[in-house]
Design a protein around this ligand. Structure first.
Ligand SMILES: Nc1ncnc2c1ncn2[C@@H]1O[C@H](COP(=O)(O)OP(=O)(O)OP(=O)(O)O)[C@@H](O)[C@H]1O
Ligand SMILES: [Mg+2]
Length: 373
């Protein structure tokens, strides 16, 4: 095993040498933010949304407030996540942070501070139920009030924004955000396409046409190729084009899986050695073993007809699903298939590109191919 640091990484935010490409997307984010637009980015889980936005924000140098809404279950938790993110963005001592809020807030909630094992503070507020509405408004207005009295234009990132649809807060958020014009920029990130589309593209929804949608694709094969090759070569190991192609044909450029396979493959090579067929095969087996529980759970969450439809889609390579022969093979008719396909789209399992259906998660597809079909 090599003693040098592995040149690949997966799990958290990809930064610095672990970050591959996305040059065009970063430029667009920076330009749109500078022009005062609000941006919407949605892509499947583990696709690199957070990494992309954080990289663009670091390059922009504006003050930013990053709120992760994953796991938020009610309005009070939402307010506290917002409040904590603003507090952290001030980048100062706890005493100065408290003093700042005492100055800017008209309401007088109690400010609580707790510390984690590393001594990093976490901020929250105590207030009565009747104060909830006012507190939300005041907290969300802080970046705007700050922008009015300074030359700064703060950026607020709402990550995993689909979660607000469970809180019934859309109308209220929209009405506040609307008043902030181009003084505060908002970036809405989400990993559930079906919900994000309902929130932003439905004529009756609160956020209809309030943002510029920035579609993001997988990272191009040519970019990944040089990234992977360099990672091996700079550390004295070797990978031939054949195996890089093999990785990319499975990961389809999906960032998390490309990094995961590259990482495991790199670690399976002794120092100064090269990838071979056996190492490739073993790596893929261990990656599938590790993801198996998750994929089985996802599989079990599907109805019988959705499972059949998924098998049909994979077999037909996503095209001409309603041809008699293929439907006969899976014992389905067009109305049952149509309903199952709709269900799979709503569950964000599949998506459509042009006339072709494809699975959102390429490793899930590979798993089904290898172990269930
Ligand atoms: N530009 C990139 N270059 C290289 N690897 C990347 C890049 N972006 C993302 N990754 C890989 O994908 C993983 C997931 O990235 P990230 O957390 O940014 O995705 P996400 O879409 O925000 O995921 P989630 O929906 O789970 O929050 C990273 O740990 C990294 O391995
Ligand atoms: Mg994320």
């Amino acid at each position: 095993m090599s003693s040098t640091k592995t040149p690949f990484y997966y799990g958290g935010v990809a930064e610095e040498n672990y970050f591959c490409n996305r040059v065009e997307e970063i430029e667009v984010v920076k330009k749109d933010i500078n022009n005062g637009l609000n941006i919407l980015i949605y892509a499947p889980r583990r696709f690199g949304k957070t990494s992309l936005v954080l990289k663009a924000l670091k390059e922009l140098n504006n003050r930013y407030i990053f709120i992760d809404l994953m796991g938020i279950t009610d309005e009070i938790e939402f307010i506290n996540a917002y409040f904590n993110a603003i507090s952290i963005s001030l980048e100062t001592t706890t005493e100065k942070t408290v003093r700042y809020f005492k100055k800017v807030l008209k309401i007088r909630p109690n400010i609580n501070i707790t510390f984690d094992m590393e001594g990093s503070p976490s901020y929250s507020l105590s207030f009565t139920k009747s104060e909830k509405g006012n507190v939300l408004e005041e907290i969300m207005n802080i970046p705007f009030e700050h922008a009015k009295h300074s030359k700064e234009k703060p950026i607020v990132v709402l990550d995993e924004f689909q979660e607000v649809s469970k809180l019934n807060l859309e109308e209220k958020l929209r009405s506040l955000i609307q008043l902030h014009g181009n003084k505060v920029s908002y970036i809405f990130l989400g990993s559930k396409k079906s919900i994000m589309q309902k929130l932003f593209f439905n004529k009756n929804s609160a956020f209809y046409k309030s943002v510029k949608h920035l579609p993001i694709k997988g990272i191009a094969s040519s970019e990944w190729s040089s990234f992977i090759k360099k990672g091996f070569k700079n550390n004295g190991k070797k990978i031939s084009d054949k195996f890089i192609k093999n990785i990319l044909s499975i990961s389809k450029g999906f960032p998390y899986y490309t990094q995961q396979i590259a990482y495991e493959l790199y670690n399976s090579c002794e120092p100064a050695s090269a990838v071979d067929d056996i190492k490739m095969k073993e790596t893929l087996r261990s990656v599938l073993d590790r993801e198996e529980d998750l994929f089985l759970q996802e599989w079990e969450n599907l109805s019988i007809n959705q499972r059949k439809a998924l098998k049909l889609i994979i077999t037909a390579n996503g095209e001409n699903l309603y041809e008699g022969k293929i439907m006969d093979q899976f014992n389905m008719n067009s109305s049952i298939l149509k309903k199952a396909v709709e269900g799979l789209v709503n569950k964000d399992v599949i998506d459509k590109s042009g006339k072709r259906y494809y699975m959102q998660d390429p490793m899930f597809e590979y798993y089904l191919h290898e172990r269930l079909l």
